[in-house]
Write a protein that binds this ligand. Sequence first.
Ligand code: OSB
Ligand code: MG
Length: 369
Amino acid sequence: MKIDSIEMVRVAMPLVYPFRTAFGDDDTIESVLVRVTSGEQYGWGESASWKYPAYTPECSIGQFVVSREFIAPLLIGCDICSGQALQERLAGIKGNYFAKAAFDLAWWDLHAKCLGEPLWKVLGGQDPTVEVGADFGVMESVDRLIETIGAANQHGYKRVKLKYRPGWDLSMIAAVREAFPDIVVHIDCNSAYTLDDLDMFKRLDRYNLAMIEQPLGHDDLLDHATLQAHIRTPICLDESITSPDKARKAIQIKACGWVNIKPGRVGGITHALSIHDICQESGIPCWIGGMLESAVGASHCLALATLPNIRYPSDIFPSERFYTKDLSMPPMKHSAPSQFCASMNPGVGAEPDPDALARCALERVVLEG
Ligand code: OSB
Ligand code: MG
């Protein structure tokens, strides 16, 4: 498919309430949407590295500049026949995973539309129905958290993920376990700790958590392997897995028992598929994470979540949880309690609402071949 034009838009999407994690408290999500056009067809991609480089080293302003100055010029006018070919074309650009991802996702949407097939089928998904979990950030009190978990339980969620940071840690988990001895629960530390906290992690073993997500440095593998050797609870790597190569190395040194795959963090669907397959071959199960993207990015996540080695409820949410009005259409809606159904339409099945896109746009550029 020859890429005739590329549109890039950086947006700010106001949240209905602040999202509080070990890396900060955010009230707006910054994201970059990319549209690639080939003849009459077009595809949409999105990745959200956020405003501050606090989750990984990328941030939305940098993402936009790298997209405009370096990535789009390498793709415009080119005939790109596969996700692999797209990644090879961009191989000279180091890192910048989120920036590359939006283009890779747009290419996959375009490709699936040209085939006339839903994206999830093109990726090798077997069942469009996907199980998703409940997630809770840091709250004003543990009592409030326990109330909220109770409601999620009632709603039918099969697992709960809790953000975990200094001051919202062991005593919070002890209280949650006391209130809910049997629920499937895991914590996400967003790289807030070091091996100096080994004793704390050893104490966590008694709470029978499903996993501990990204306890140590955002780019670390080795210390995670050391920690994993000292604790029973499986580690799930998120931030540290930025490429298929990192996944291979993490598995080789036994740094984790699970991998959270986010298409943005790994440079797109092409590498998400490779990581999925590497993990599957090594007996490491995966699940899909998200970055509070609009329905375009979330629908790409949903397509990936239909793959066979996705073995834990994913982080995919109804739009209304985060946004008064989703920037993209159709908004994310449960198909049944704790489930979503991937779109049966050709492609990813979502695209920005033009008015909402214009309202949220911070900067926009179009490159013609
Ligand atoms: O670390 O998984 C993460 C959201 C934004 C950035 C990083 C992360 C997350 C999540 C998603 O945890 C959870 C949610 O969407 O509630
Ligand atoms: Mg995480």
